[in-house]
Design a protein around this ligand. Structure first.
Ligand SMILES: NC(=O)c1ccc[n+]([C@@H]2O[C@H](COP(=O)([O-])OP(=O)(O)OC[C@H]3O[C@@H](n4cnc5c(N)ncnc54)[C@H](OP(=O)(O)O)[C@@H]3O)[C@@H](O)[C@H]2O)c1
Length: 147
């Protein structure tokens, strides 16, 4: 992937590693779009980096992912890089968790960490395949190797 001149969408880019990516990519001469659930966090990020383009989106929701793809490709058709960065870690004791009543809570981690990157990659891949330079970057964790 070339490091400048891209239009880059970073999921979960209003804080943490995603925002650090956004800062580095902006400084390297890229257009950067970030999404997150909280409008206030996106506003804070935009105050730090006025060139940042922001969009409210919960990648755990299928409808939000589809709307994000439509909005980005309509308004920023030069988009050529997707960074699947948004990720959550819900700590719980598997023997004490109540999966009968709380499955929705536990399933959200699967939706955000697993389903969202796959769905977004499948939405963007055909769009990117028509471009000269494009990339999909997945942020993972060393914890993936722990099991
Ligand atoms: N921090 C670490 O030590 C570490 C280590 C290894 C791997 N990682 C991985 O690196 C990635 C980023 O981690 P981080 O520590 O930087 O996370 P973080 O500080 O918790 O930041 C999370 C970012 O993602 C957004 N976000 C959370 N849930 C979202 C959702 N459902 N939809 C859209 N945006 C969402 C948050 O904004 P909102 O809350 O407003 O949505 C925020 O902008 C994750 O994939 C994580 O697994 C982190």
């Amino acid at each position: 992937m070339k490091l400048s001149g891209n239009t880059i969408l970073i999921t979960g880019g209003s804080a943490g590693i995603g925002l650090a990516f956004a800062e580095r990519f902006i400084k390297a001469g890229n257009t950067v779009i970030v999404c997150g659930r909280r409008e206030s966090a996106l506003q804070d990020a935009k105050e730090k980096f006025p060139n940042l383009i922001t969009r409210v989106c919960d990648v755990g929701l299928e409808s939000d992912r589809a709307a994000l793809f439509d909005w980005v490709t309509t308004n920023y058709p030069d988009v050529n890089v997707l960074v699947n960065n948004a990720g959550i870690q819900q700590r719980f004791h598997v023997l004490k968790a109540n999966a009968n009543d709380n499955w929705r809570y536990y399933n959200n981690e699967i939706m955000v960490n697993v389903e969202a990157p796959i769905h977004l990659s499948m939405l963007f891949a055909p769009f990117f395949a028509r471009k000269e330079d494009a990339a999909i970057v997945n942020v993972t964790s060393g914890l993936a190797f722990t099991p």
